[in-house]
Design a protein around this ligand. Structure first.
Ligand code: G3P
Length: 213
């Protein structure tokens, strides 16, 4: 499973990429607004570090989505145009698919939406599991259902598990065979941690110190 960082913070991208585990970055208008700065410059800086950077269109009509996404894709070959899961978005995704422009369908909350996005030619779909959990539904159940459908349909569209909230989400997504998981910075920092690693290392080092002259 590929691991993406869900962030518009270039320092965070540099930090996690230095671990040698980062396959891409996902941004959205909320994350970009939180960080401030120039959107194009931010995205281009990320493209220097990872091979896949999602940049979301903010238009709501397909013609404008197409214009915006076409411009984004001209900035760098690592850019994936992120398009919301609306009927206008489907038209734009279909257009981009025909042009060989990669897309990530965002705000996917159901299996029918996932199927439509795949049929329209999406490169990736982003089901938001945390937001389903937030309203008392089972976000990971949606991933299980989508992966089951994918086994029958053999769509080439990659399933990108988004809106993850804690390490268990990453484990469950991997066990279900999801292709990609995008992880917020705070959650990413928890992934290498284990108290037994810390205490074990402390003991190795203190035992070693005892035999040093
Ligand atoms: O980037 C899309 C998604 O991961 C957003 O997550 O935490 O705002 O639900 P969240």
């Amino acid at each position: 499973m590929k691991l993406f960082l869900d962030s518009a913070n270039i320092t965070y991208v540099e930090e996690i990429a230095a671990w040698g585990v980062l396959d891409g970055v996902t941004t959205n208008p909320s994350l970009v607004a939180k960080e401030g700065g120039d959107f194009r410059q931010t995205v281009l800086a990320m493209c220097q570090i990872v091979p896949c950077v999602s940049a979301q269109v903010t238009a709501t009509e397909s013609a404008e989505m197409i214009a915006q996404g076409t411009e984004y894709s001209s900035w760098h070959k690592h850019i994936v145009v992120k398009v919301p899961m609306t009927t206008e978005g489907l038209k734009a995704i279909h257009h981009f698919s025909g042009k060989g422009i990669k897309t990530n369908t965002t705000l996917v909350f159901s299996v029918p939406q996932a199927i439509l996005a795949a049929k329209a030619g999406a490169t990736m779909i982003s089901p938001f599991i945390g937001r389903l959990d937030d309203i008392g539904e089972d976000g990971m159940r949606l991933i299980a259902d989508i992966m089951e459908v994918w086994r029958h349909e053999r769509f080439s569209t990659e399933v990108l598990v988004a809106s993850t909230r804690h390490p268990r989400h990453i484990v469950d997504a991997a066990k279900l065979g999801a292709h990609i998981c995008t992880v917020p910075y705070e959650v990413f920092k928890k992934l290498p941690m284990h108290p037994l690693t810390d205490s074990g290392l402390q003991k190795f080092l203190s035992d070693w110190q005892k035999v040093q002259k």
